[in-house]
Design a protein around this ligand. Structure first.
Ligand code: ZN
Length: 232
């Protein structure tokens, strides 16, 4: 493998982490909004009531995704920062021990002990905390937890997903509202399921089917409940 190939592979894996989160958020937005509008539609509600419920569902879902993601990524961030503070203290209290520790890490990765020690010395000269944070704690700068970024990304991807069934249900003529929404939703889920499967390295057909089937189940259940409540 050429160095160039290894380089582009690394970038793909970085990007796919981010993309996978976006695909999940969009998936959530599509399924929950489609189910919501179908449930309300099945109760016999008017077009404007369906649209109101859909918009409220989009906003509520996006905000709740953002809040949940912010809280969870923040606590991950706190844990990372506590680890870094601990490492910083160890480096000040026992620099020689920490140098040997770093050398042992490179040795375990396959360097001879002499080379490992000189790599550890050189990286320690350039910035001991950076070297320990990256190679001992495994916290690469590009992958550090970023609460605000995570919150925005999930709110945006949820909204983008939710907009699709919402547009379908509003744009469709009243007589074909449910059918158009179901078809548009299943198509969107199939595309997303395929993208998600490719990013995750899963078999494409199985990954796509899984997403489509669970989306169909969610829509069927809420439409059924909506119909029952509407007839009461
Ligand atoms: Zn250390």
């Amino acid at each position: 493998m050429t160095p160039r190939a290894a380089h582009s592979e690394l970038h793909l894996s970085h990007r796919s982490n981010w993309l996978r989160a976006a695909v999940l958020g969009a998936n959530d937005g599509i399924v929950s909004t489609a189910s919501l509008v179908l449930g309300v539609a099945a109760s016999g509600a008017s077009g404007s009531a369906i649209a109101t419920a859909g918009v409220a569902g989009l906003v509520a879902g996006a905000l709740s995704m953002a809040a949940g993601e912010y809280v969870s990524v923040s606590s991950q961030r706190d844990a990372e920062e506590a680890d870094i503070r601990l490492e910083d203290r160890e480096l000040r209290e026992d620099p020689d021990g920490e140098l040997l520790e770093l050398a042992r890490i490179y040795e375990q990765r396959g360097l001879s002990s002499d080379l490992a020690l000189s790599v550890a010395r050189e990286l320690t000269r350039r910035g001991s905390l950076t070297a320990h944070v990256r190679d001992e704690l495994g916290l690469e700068d590009e992958r550090r937890a970023r609460p605000l970024q995570a919150a925005w990304a999930s709110a945006l991807s949820f909204s983008a997903g939710a907009a699709l069934p919402l547009i379908a249900v509003v744009a469709a003529p009243a007589s074909a509202r449910e059918a158009v929404t179901v078809v548009a939703t299943l198509l969107a889920l199939a595309v997303l399921g395929d993208v998600g499967a490719r990013l995750g390295g899963a078999p494409r057909l199985a990954g796509t089917l899984r997403v489509v089937v669970w989306g169909a189940v969610a829509m069927g259940v809420t439409a059924g409940i909506g119909a029952v409540i509407g007839s009461v």
